[in-house]
Structure formats: structure tokens, C-alpha cells
Design a protein around this ligand. Structure first.
Ligand SMILES: Cc1cc2nc3c(=O)[nH]c(=O)nc-3n(C[C@H](O)[C@H](O)[C@H](O)COP(=O)(O)OP(=O)(O)OC[C@H]3O[C@@H](n4cnc5c(N)ncnc54)[C@H](O)[C@@H]3O)c2cc1C
Length: 303
């Protein structure tokens, strides 16, 4: 990374919020990934705006990071700037039923606050181990619910540094996608429309879904959740199982025995292992069933 860029960034955000050669294995739920040239933790929207302007001018690549729970970063790392939204995690309730969450707020924290305030509608997302910013980009969903159902407004920063408010329609939520996916827009905050409910029932629902996850998903291993999108008319996990790939391993990466839709890190996997495993699973499923599995996991860096 160019020294001038580093020095100029130091004029915009505090030096303690600029990390050099930060290992991305610390910031991904796969627990793999090499160093990012620079890793920034801005604290204000103005700081993000300043950073984006500078990076655009200097033609430096950047990537916005939530909780890294849907992310595979190359072992070679990322030759660019990671912008972490970890310092944007405030959650407030307005007009009794609207939850206003900054992008870096974890879904689990939002769910707990909603429960404590007897607000229902967010229970489905309590166990999705990411931020609300990541959830907006991906239209995260589980157990019959998705962000599309509860989001009324999303505040984003365009790559030109303009703050824009998008309503539900403008977000064009689709299956694990939205209008802003892949556009380098920064989600700053989201407004979620929930409803008054019974605190006990909300808590019960959250517990029931947490138990279901524990029973069905290999939560004891690092992963990025379901590795592949659901192909139309099929279930990725079932296709992988039927292709005889339950427990199939490449290096330290494996198809989970508990849930074939999950690729897990058995302890010492590299991102290259995971990547190779994904490719082999895709090939075998295509060979056996002529179905193309598309990764849900986002890849960053060179593989
Ligand atoms: C055990 C496990 C279970 C899971 N279960 C589910 C599930 O049930 N349903 C589901 O949908 N997903 C699930 N996931 C996947 C993952 O948690 C979700 O996709 C989640 O929404 C990703 O959020 P994140 O903050 O971790 O995003 P990241 O992984 O950090 O990033 C994902 C994408 O969003 C972008 N992004 C993140 N924050 C911002 C922002 N503020 N502004 C702009 N772009 C941003 C990133 O650039 C990247 O493109 C699971 C993962 C794990 C590990």
C-alpha cells in the first residue's frame, strides 16, 4: 500500500483505527484469510465519506466488512482497504415499534432489544450471526422470514459520498440479494418495522429457533453458514448428500456431516482448501444432477 495513502488516511481517521496487514482470519467466521493491506475502523459518517473520497482519488480497492459471516478471504489476503462498520452499532426504538439500527449492530443484539421491548417480527433473524448492514445487502433470511418483510428504510452512502434513503421497494430485495449488492454502497443504518407482541412468546420463539439451529447446524465448527444458494426446485444440502459428498474433505475443509449444505473448517483449513472443496462439490453435483450450485458465500481476493 502506497505510503501517501496511509499518511492521508491518518489525516481523516485516528491512527489507532488504522491497522496494517491485519489478518482477516480474525474477522471471518470461517477463521481463515490472509492480511488486508489496511483495515480501518471509522467512527463517524464524515470519516467514512472522507475515506471513500480519498480511496477513489487514489484508485485503491476497498471492501465494506460487517461480521465476516458470509465471507471467504484469500490466504493471500486483500491488496486494498477493509472498512469495518464495527463502531456503528447503536440501536434505538422510535415511535414505539420502529427499530433504528446502525449498520454494524449485530442481529442478535437487535433481536434481544426487540424482545425486551415486546416487539415481534425479528425473531427469525436472532441466530443469523451477522450485522444488520450485511443482512440488508444479502436480504438475509431464515425460518420463513427475510429482511424484505420488515425493512422500511435503509440509509446508504453512495460511492460518490452522497447519503441516500432507500425505501423497501427501492431496495429490490430478492433471494439473498438487493439493489445495492456489489455496488460499493455503504449501508449506514436500517429502520425495521416491528409490531407489539407478547414478551414471553417472543422469547419462546427465539429459544425454539436457536434450538433448531443447534440441532441441525454444525455450530461447533467455524463456517459461513449455508455455502451455496438454494437452486430453484432443489436443496443444496440434499444434492450434496445425494452426490455422496457427506463428510468429503479437502485439507482442513469438509462438507459437514451434520448438514451437507455447510462447508466447515475442521480446525486447520486454509481458504484455498475451502475454495477447492467448493469447486469440487460444484463439479460433482453438476456431473450427477446437471444442477449448477452457486456460492452464497462472498469471495474476496485472488484464489
Ligand atoms: C453459523 C451460520 C449461520 C448462518 N445462517 C444464516 C441464515 O439463517 N440466513 C442467512 O441469510 N444467512 C446466514 N448466514 C450467513 C451470514 O450470517 C449472513 O449472510 C449475514 O447477513 C452476513 O452479515 P455480515 O455482517 O457477517 O456480512 P459480511 O459477511 O461481513 O459481508 C457480507 C456482504 O455484505 C457486505 N456488507 C456488510 N456490511 C455492509 C455495510 N454496512 N454496507 C455495505 N455492505 C456491507 C459485504 O461487503 C459483503 O459483500 C449464516 C452464517 C453462519 C456462520
Amino acid at each position: 500500500m502506497n505510503n501517501d495513502v496511509y499518511a492521508a488516511l491518518g489525516q481523516i481517521i485516528s491512527k489507532q483505527d488504522i491497522l496494517e496487514n491485519e489478518l482477516m482470519s480474525r474477522h471471518t467466521t470461517f477463521r481463515t484469510g490472509g492480511p488486508a493491506s489496511l483495515f480501518l475502523r471509522p467512527r463517524t459518517t464524515e470519516e467514512i465519506k472522507g475515506v471513500l473520497k480519498l480511496l477513489k482519488r487514489a484508485e485503491v480497492d476497498f471492501f465494506i466488512l460487517g461480521n465476516g459471516s458470509n465471507l471467504l478471504v484469500s490466504d493471500k489476503g486483500f491488496d486494498g482497504v477493509i472498512i469495518s462498520l464495527a463502531n456503528f452499532a447503536d440501536i434505538n426504538i422510535e415511535d414505539e415499534t420502529k427499530v433504528v439500527a446502525q449498520a454494524g449492530a449485530m442481529n442478535s443484539s437487535i433481536a434481544m432489544l426487540a424482545r425486551d421491548n415486546s416487539l415481534t417480527g425479528f425473531e427469525f433473524a436472532a441466530g443469523i450471526p451477522g450485522t444488520i448492514g450485511g443482512a440488508m445487502i444479502m436480504n438475509a433470511g431464515a425460518y420463513g422470514g427475510e429482511m424484505k418483510d420488515i425493512t422500511s428504510k435503509v440509509t446508504v452512502l453512495s460511492s460518490d459520498g452522497e447519503v441516500i434513503k432507500l425505501d423497501n421497494q427501492a431496495m429490490k430485495f430478492g433471494y439473498r440479494t438487493s439493489a445495492i449488492k456489489g455496488k460499493n454502497f455503504v449501508v449506514l443504518a436500517a429502520v425495521l418495522d416491528l409490531q407489539k407482541g407478547d414478551k414471553g412468546e417472543i422469547a419462546g420463539k427465539m429459544q425454539e429457533l436457536a434450538l433448531k439451529r443447534k440441532e441441525k447446524q454444525p455450530l461447533e465448527y467455524p463456517s459461513a453458514g449455508s455455502t451455496f444458494k438454494r437452486p430453484e426446485g432443489y436443496f443444496a444440502g440434499k444434492l450434496i448428500e445425494d452426490a455422496g459428498l457427506r463428510g468429503f474433505t479437502v485439507g482442513g475443509a469438509a462438507v459437514s456431516e451434520k448438514h451437507c449444505g455447510f462447508v466447515i473448517n475442521k480446525g486447520n483449513a486454509t481458504s484455498a482448501d475451502i475454495y477447492e472443496l467448493i469447486r469440487r462439490v460444484q463439479d460433482k453435483v453438476y456431473e450427477d444432477f446437471s444442477v449448477k450450485l452457486e456460492p452464497e458465500v462472498i469471495m474476496l481476493g485472488d484464489f
